[in-house]
Design a protein around this ligand. Structure first.
Ligand code: ZN
Length: 288
C-alpha cells in the first residue's frame, strides 16, 4: 500500500490512481495525513477493503495528479525525528573515521520537513546531499526486539538529509541537528510504502544524482552497519518511538564534502533521489 499527502490531504494509491481518504471513507479518517499513523492498523485494514472494490468508491474520491499538484511530506508532523550518522562502511571510510560500535544519533527538527518537487532555498554555506531510507513508525515501540522490530513500521519513504557543512561542524562540539535543519533540509516522499510491498525490505538499492548529471551516490540498504531492526532496537531501548515518528537511517558514500575537489549544491541544481520500490524524490535548489 502507498499513501501520500496530495494538496495537503491524505491519499492512498488504488489500481486506478490516488483516492482521497476522507471522501472515500466518508469521514472515518480525516484528511490530515498525520492522523492515519495514530490509527495505522485500522487505517490499513480499511484501505485494503476499500481498494479491493474501487467501483464502490464515490467518484468524488478520485484524486487527479497534475503538474500543479502539491506533494507534501507524507508524514507532516512527526513528534520525533531520529537521524543516524556514519551508518554505511564506505561513508565512514570517506569520512576517515572508525566504524562505530554504537549508532551516532541526532535529530532533524520537524520544521525542516518538505515534500516531493518542493524547492529548497539554499542558505549561505556549503550544502551537501545525503540519500537516506526513512522509516515511518506505525505502532508505539518501546524496548522492542530485533524479531518484532519490522512489525512496528508503517512504511518506508525516500529522504534527503541535506546538510550545511560549516554549521554542522562549527562550535565546541559538532552541531549536527542545527546544520541539518534549515527549512526544506528534510525532503521526504513522494509516498510512504508499507513493508509488505518488498521481497526484502532490508536490501533496497538507493542513490541520487543531479538532474542531467552524473550519479552521486549508489548503494544498497543491506550495506548499513546497523540495519533497520537494529536501529529500532537500540533507539527504543532509550526512547519510546511513537506512531508517525521518522528515522533517517544514514547515507552511503559519495557526499560532496568528501570529494576531491569538494562539490556542493548550487541554485538551479535539481537533486533526484531514488530507492528501489519506494520511489523517486525530486528536489530543486533555489538561490538564498
Ligand atoms: Zn545523514
Amino acid at each position: 500500500m502507498r499513501v501520500a499527502s496530495i494538496d495537503g490531504r491524505l491519499a492512498v494509491k488504488g489500481p486506478d490512481g490516488f483516492v482521497d481518504v476522507a471522501v472515500a471513507g466518508e469521514g472515518r479518517f480525516g484528511p490530515d495525513p498525520q492522523d492515519a499513523f495514530d490509527r495505522w492498523e485500522e487505517f490499513v485494514a480499511w484501505a485494503g477493503d476499500a481498494l479491493a472494490s474501487p467501483e464502490k468508491l464515490a467518484p468524488a474520491a478520485r484524486v487527479e495528479v497534475t503538474g500543479d499538484t502539491v506533494w507534501g511530506p507524507p508524514v507532516p508532523r512527526p513528534r520525533q525525528v531520529f537521524a543516524i550518522g556514519l551508518n554505511y562502511r564506505d561513508h565512514v571510510r570517506e569520512a576517515r573515521l572508525e566504524i562505530p560500535r554504537e549508532p551516532a544519533v541526532f535529530t532533524k527538527f520537524a520544521t525542516s520537513l518538505t515534500g516531493h518537487d518542493r524547492p529548497v532555498e539554499l542558505p549561505e554555506g556549503l550544502v551537501d546531499w545525503e540519500t537516506e531510507l526513512v522509516v515511518v513508525i506505525g505502532r508505539r515501540c518501546h524496548r522492542v526486539t530485533r524479531e518484532s522490530a519490522w512489525s512496528h513500521v508503517a512504511g518506508l519513504t525516500v529522504g534527503q538529509d541535506l546538510s550545511e557543512r560549516k554549521r554542522q561542524l562549527a562550535g565546541p562540539a559538532p552541531q549536527f541537528s542545527l546544520g541539518k535543519s534549515y527549512p526544506g533540509f528534510a525532503p521526504t516522499g513522494p509516498e510512504v510504502v508499507t513493508p509488505d510491498e518488498f521481497a526484502d525490505p532490508d536490501d533496497l538499492k538507493l542513490g541520487c544524482r543531479l538532474e542531467g548529471g552524473e550519479i552521486l551516490q549508489q548503494s544498497r540498504t543491506s550495506h548499513m552497519i546497523f540495519d533497520v531492526p537494529e536501529l529500532l532496537t537500540r533507539l527504543s531501548a532509550v526512547c519510546p518511538l511513537l506512531p508517525g515518528d521518522l528515522v533517517f537511517t544514514g547515507t552511503p558514500a559519495g557526499i560532496g564534502g568528501a570529494r576531491s575537489p569538494q562539490k556542493f549544491l548550487a541554485p538551479g541544481d535539481v537533486l533526484v533521489t531514488w530507492i528501489e520500490g519506494v520511489g523517486t524524490l525530486r528536489t530543486p535548489m533555489t538561490a538564498p
